[in-house]
Design a protein around this ligand. Sequence first.
Ligand code: THU
Length: 143
Amino acid sequence: MSSKDPIEELIALAKKARNQAYAPYSRFRVGAALRAASGRVYSGCNVENASYGLSICAERVALFKAACEGERTFTALAVVSETMASPCGACRQVLAEFGLDTKVLVADLEDGREVLTVSDLLPAAFTPASLPRPGPEHQEEDR
Ligand code: THU
């Protein structure tokens, strides 16, 4: 399915990423697609581990891939799962690092859709601005 609606396009990419999920333990497959301000889209799927706690969510895989390519500003994240699951607490915190206004589109495999923002998901967030001196800026000087 190809759609011109940018929301549906991002959801379609998240759905495609979900097909790569490595989830032999939970059998719960999740896909994510994160659009950066540059226009580029980074996908992610959950990757589980026999040492269960080392598993990582689809959302963080997408965000870390993007950050590692130099992206710092994001417009929207789509997350797709069978049950229309919303990002977990850890992913909400990691998303908040890069902006509270990023749209979060939560979808299922059919027509289920919910549109929120990171700030809806994590009110009163602890962010870089909460630090006495903004942390990341110091490291950004080295880029
Ligand atoms: N999971 C995600 O990838 N994203 C979410 O939003 C919720 C949970 C994954 C982690 C684990 O691999 C599986 O789903 C079951 O918790």
